[in-house]
Design a protein around this ligand. Sequence first.
Ligand SMILES: Nc1nc2c(ncn2[C@@H]2O[C@H](COP(=O)(O)OP(=O)(O)OP(=O)(O)O)[C@@H](O)[C@H]2O)c(=O)[nH]1
Ligand SMILES: [Mg+2]
Length: 222
Amino acid sequence: MEVKVVRKVLDVNNTMAEQNRKLFADKNIFVLNVMSSPGSGKTTTLGKTIARLMPEMRTAVIVGDVSTTNDAERLAKTGAPVVQVNTDAFGGDCHLAAHVIATAAATLPLDDMDLLIVENVGNLVCPAEFDIGEDRKVVVLSVTEGEDKPLKYPLMFRVCDAAIVNKIDLLPYLEYNKQETIENILQVHPGMPVFEISARTEDGIDDWVNWIKDNVRRKKAL
Ligand SMILES: Nc1nc2c(ncn2[C@@H]2O[C@H](COP(=O)(O)OP(=O)(O)OP(=O)(O)O)[C@@H](O)[C@H]2O)c(=O)[nH]1
Ligand SMILES: [Mg+2]
């Protein structure tokens, strides 16, 4: 019985996600869904990323948190239009669902956008289960989280199209095997691109930004 309820929720979400996907295709907007555990550096990475993408790529952001507008305020400094979703209004959900994205997107200038970046709620489990109508999913893992996370939370790494290993500026201070982490990511998802970056020093960030640009250009060329 419980399984049926869960499936129904996901079926409804998938239908909404397809409607979102069609809307974004009609508007020629590439949509990136960025996920991670709390504090791995999504907002910091996106602030630096958006600064490099604009104005060449007209970018807007939907940012999800259970509570506060902290991240929206941080990302608004880039000049990009930002919508903050607080899921406590939706029962404190641990993820962004497709209908929430539809509501938030309706407030954005969709006719003047090339790229929509969604910063999902910090959680390495639930967001992986919810299609929001995005083109690509990305997981951010920071070097303070341990090498085994791809093996312990495999769905997240399986559904994503790229992974970021962030905070590499901290490596000299840690007992941490970065190579083992990357091998674990590739064990769960063979061939997935992995970007090793420091959002703080911006080391490695160009390859990641170029990956986004290539994806946006590919969609707009369709
Ligand atoms: N040393 C270092 N610190 C970083 C780096 N990236 C982010 N941080 C710090 O990590 C903390 C969390 O970063 P956020 O960008 O807020 O992380 P987040 O994933 O957006 O967090 P939630 O939205 O709450 O899930 C902040 O104190 C950042 O300054 C990095 O590359 N190196
Ligand atoms: Mg954040």
